[in-house]
Design a protein around this ligand. Structure first.
Ligand code: 5GP
Ligand code: ZN
Length: 117
């Protein structure tokens, strides 16, 4: 399958790994929007949050079990987890991923949606 994040997981495309276990791979975003910006992905191809099912949700549980470990390794006590699902929500890589961003004080409200219109 021609998927960028599948290629990163199998090492075909290099990345800066921050965490790995049987179910989960996490690496530095190539274009960070915050001092810490990691991408956490399942080691199976799920295109987006809309395709999470009872059959694959173990990967999601494992991702969220990994979150505190990754945050600790990044020295983050406070952070935000973001998932963009679908093109209009800003998803550009069609392999489910969670952005872990931190290291900066973040606002919350209408403006934080980054609306384009
Ligand atoms: P999305 O826009 O789909 O929610 O997030 C995709 C993310 O993948 C973006 O933040 C983008 O910077 C990151 N990204 C795209 N291509 C690469 C790459 O080749 N390597 C890494 N490490 N990150 C990438
Ligand atoms: Zn994939």
């Amino acid at each position: 399958m021609d998927c960028l994040f599948c290629k990163i997981i199998n090492g075909e495309i290099p990345s800066t790994k921050v965490y790995e276990d049987e179910f989960v791979f996490a690496f530095k975003d190539i274009s960070p929007i915050a001092p810490v910006h990691d991408l956490i992905v399942p080691k199976t191809h799920i295109c987006c949050a809309n395709k999470i099912t009872a059959e694959n949700s173990e990967y999601i549980a494992k991702i969220f079990e990994a979150v505190p470990k990754i945050a600790q390794s990044e020295n983050l006590e406070t952070y935000r987890i973001i998932n963009n699902c679908g093109e209009d929500a800003g998803q550009s890589v069609m392999h489910l991923h969670f952005h872990l961003v931190g290291g900066v004080k973040m606002g919350w409200g209408k403006e934080s949606l980054g609306k384009t219109e």
